[in-house]
Design a protein. Sequence first.
Length: 95
Amino acid sequence: MLFSDTNVGVVSFSSYAKTEIPFTSRQNVDSIKSSVWKMKFGGTTRMDLGLEKTRKELFSKQGGMRRNVPDVLLAITDGKSDPGEKLFMSIGLDS
């Protein structure tokens, strides 16, 4: 992976969402692996909160998103959204 050409961002989500690795961080394979291994998992599955934080804090100009590269999102979840989750349309991810 060529990190001069690639930005990696990670947002974790359960009952709240947290940006674990912003696009603007200094990145190399070891620092990304280390950050991912330190993440805590468990709790509820509020995917809507994770997607909303991703849109606002990563996929934005302020978050370091670059217009000349494709936007790619990989979502890893247990597949069980919890009650109370917003519809994707309400957070601007319907298009």
